[in-house]
Ligand binder design. Structure first.
Ligand code: NAD
Ligand code: 2ZO
Length: 511
């Protein structure tokens, strides 16, 4: 079912093929050996919902051991061909995949919106990030090289950078298409194959990526998608033919994955949660600091791992900062995520919305002041009434010991905290077991660099927040993760070095 709507964006009129509440997905969502596949015959199917309306969007068929094994076998076969191709040959196919993404940008973004609930404006940027990531690693594919080391007597050694084999990717629900690309692009560039498991909450767009790779000309089975939850994920991690697991999700699941991978001494990449600090000094450009705080908290309905949810503001500027931040938070347009004018769509699921709202309730009980938002929101359009909306929230009067300040909420809830000195705020900012990201706003260049040197976080922003260019490594310190995604360094997490010793003389034996 689909309907066609025309929507004025101010600059252009977009011909939209779908509208919220109009989509029903009946095609199979698993994909291996080059085709969409149905799940096991006798599996108990799970309903997948459209966050904007609360309607059932499709049924998830979780894969069991048999299907996981079929997908792994397909990946093994494809690895045999792909790993022997040159970097240039692999790059050509990946560039073609990037072109296909570009030509289907709108369709992919719309399906992301329908399944995830985020605004179409943001979904387009996520699709762009996925495409850029594939382009970037296509560019690096032909640069993978080893080293030549001269040894005595004309002997020498050289190193070969080789792929790992079959890599498993396991994704979270907040950036479904982007996560699938951020994992597959470096894996494929290095010559690996991949079996990817999206979150059971957002199964729709990873399989679109699988079709795109297939259309671009990768060998059958190079990128496969198996659907399911923790059981399917565990089967993948424990499969003896799997060489590596790259995971994006929560800390507790990351710990389980690391434990499972340890049984086979498999390397892991873990992109986990955060409770990141944003430090705003009194010499900041206030306009930029406010914009930064909004970008640090309200993208993707606040469901962003790197969000700077602990906003530390120097006491002297607290009143003006709070006034401006509240004014702009209240002006955020909430509603149908497929409309151009919408800036905040629906949270991903009913249970998740309830969880986020309960954090706001607990914050109130602990003495925080709700400066704005934090309420369920019911749009006026009747078709959206069953959707999972809330008003973005700013909490004042917060202290470091409150649950809202200590735990990852993963929703549109910003906690504002006053501070007086640089030493004090650094100590408080680092007082967490997490360390994904951190930000500082100041006009003092020396302070900016001094502060980031002391911040214990993998991604630090000076006078900006939540930008993730694919050329730059992204990942966490402490319990926020292991390894990096994006940037050149990620090649090291999807490949291994083989050292080859070459003797040019006789064997100098001691025996
Ligand atoms: N650091 C990052 O880059 C990043 C990005 C996005 C989200 N996240 C984090 O993800 C979390 C939200 O996502 P979520 O709720 O989907 O996380 P989650 O940990 O519940 O699930 C993530 C994935 O793991 C799978 N899974 C669950 N149990 C498993 C098991 N035992 N074995 C194998 N797989 C298993 C799930 O099915 C899903 O695909 C937040 O904590 C957020 O901070 C981190
Ligand atoms: C593109 N963002 C907004 C920085 C998100 C990165 C992925 C984390 O959830």
């Amino acid at each position: 079912q689909s309907s066609v709507t025309l929507e004025a964006t101010g600059r252009a009129t977009i011909l939209r093929c779908i509208s919220s509440g109009s989509v029903e997905i009946t095609v199979p969502l698993n994909f291996w050996a080059g085709k969409r596949r149905t799940g096991p015959e006798k599996c108990s199917k799970d309903s997948v919902y459209e966050p904007a309306t609360g309607r059932v969007l499709c049924q998830l068929e979780p894969c069991g051991a048999v299907e996981v094994d079929q997908a792994v076998k397909a990946a093994k076969l494809a690895f045999g061909y792909w790993s022997k191709m040159s970097g240039m040959e692999r790059a050509r196919v990946m560039i073609e995949a990037a072109h296909i993404i570009e030509s289907n940008r709108e369709e992919i973004a719309e399906m992301e919106v329908v399944n995830n609930g985020k605004s179409i404006t943001e979904a387009r940027l996520d699709v762009d990030s996925a495409r850029l990531c594939i382009e970037y690693y296509a560019g690096l594919a032909s640069t993978l090289a080893g080293q030549h080391v001269q040894l005595p007597g004309g002997s020498f050694a050289y190193t070969r950078r080789e792929p790992l084999g079959i890599c498993v990717g396991i994704g979270a629900w907040n950036y479904p298409f982007q996560i699938a690309a951020w994992k597959s692009a470096p894996a494929l560039a290095c010559g690996n194959s991949m079996v990817f498991k999206p979150s059971p909450v957002t199964p729709v767009t990873a399989v679109m990526l699988a079709e795109i790779y297939a259309k671009a000309g990768v060998p059958e089975g190079l990128f496969n998608v198996v659907q399911g939850g923790q059981e399917t994920g565990s089967l993948l991690c424990q499969h003896p033919d799997v060489a590596k697991v790259s995971f994006t999700g929560s800390v507790p699941t990351g710990q389980k994955i690391m434990e499972m991978a340890s049984k086979g001494v498999k390397p892991v990449t873990l992109e986990l949660g955060g409770k990141s600090p944003l430090l705003i000094f009194k010499d900041s450009d206030l306009e930029n600091a406010v914009r930064g705080a909004l970008m640090a908290n309200f993208l993707s309905q606040g469901q962003v791992c790197s969000n700077g949810t602990r906003v530390f503001v120097q006491k002297d500027i607290m009143p003006e900062f709070v006034k401006e931040v509240v004014k702009r938070t209240q002006a955020i347009e909430i509603g149908d995520p497929l409309l151009e004018s919408t800036r905040m769509g629906a949270l991903v699921s009913r249970p998740h919305l309830d969880k986020v709202l309960s954090f706001v309730d607990r914050a109130k009980k602990e003495g925080a002041t709700v400066l704005c938002g934090g309420e369920p929101y019911v749009p006026s359009d009747p078709k959206l009434r069953g959707g999972y909306y809330m008003t973005p929230c700013v909490l004042g009067n917060c202290t470091d010991d409150m649950i809202c300040v200590k735990e990852e909420i993963f929703g549109p809830v910003m906690s504002v905290l006053p501070f007086e000195t640089e030493d004090e705020v650094l100590q408080r900012a680092n007082d967490t077991s997490l360390g994904l990201a951190a930000g500082v706003f100041t006009r003092d260049v020396r302070r900016a660099h001094r502060v980031v040197e002391h911040l214990k976080a993998g991604s630090c922003f000076i006078n900006n927040y939540n930008i993730t260019p694919v050329e730059v490594p992204f990942g966490g310190f402490k319990m926020s993760g292991i390894g990096r995604e994006n940037g050149q360094v990620t090649i090291e997490f999807y490949s291994q070095l083989k050292t080859v010793f070459v003797e040019m003389g006789d064997v100098d034996s001691l025996f």
